[in-house]
Design a protein around this ligand. Structure first.
Ligand code: THU
Length: 139
């Protein structure tokens, strides 16, 4: 499937505005593209008890899976401190990589973007080599 990276980044940038980050003031937006071309967005949602906090990527995955979608092509991630002039390349945390690994094939693309025109693209095995996945339990 043809992936429009810029379009996906645009969704992630707009979702970043919904971040709830009273503790870190680090705002992240994600846009997850399903294999059938739908986009599921997510932002990070923090919590006073800290550990219940959820990353933008997982918010997007859980929205999609809870709607019955489990086949994915790519995710765009944008993040940086609230109010900063420039975004960073925001690298998904280990927990989010493991959630990706549950649902995504080796060709799944992770787009880390600073803007619509500045981005890096990785595959899942590049950011989570030797992963423990469903096939380790279900074969
Ligand atoms: N965070 C994400 O939402 N995604 C990432 O890829 C990295 C970190 C969030 C978690 C927390 O709310 C804040 O950014 C700082 O770690």
């Amino acid at each position: 499937m043809e992936i429009n990276y810029q379009e996906l980044i645009k969704y992630a940038l707009s979702m970043r505005k919904m971040s709830y980050t009273p503790y870190t003031h680090f705002n992240v937006g994600a846009a997850l593209l399903s294999a059938d071309g739908r986009v599921f967005t997510g932002c990070n949602i923090e919590n006073a008890a800290l550990t219940p906090s959820n990353c933008a990527e997982r918010t997007a995955f859980f929205k999609a899976v809870s709607e019955g979608v489990k086949d994915f092509a790519a995710i765009a991630v944008v993040g940086g401190p609230e109010g900063a002039d420039e975004l960073l390349y925001c690298s998904p945390c280990g927990v989010c990589r493991q959630v990706m690994s549950e649902f995504c094939h080796d060709d799944f693309k992770i787009i880390m973007a600073k803007s619509e025109d500045e981005y890096k693209v990785y595959t899942l095995p590049e950011i989570l080599p030797e992963r423990f996945g469903p096939s380790d339990l279900l074969s």
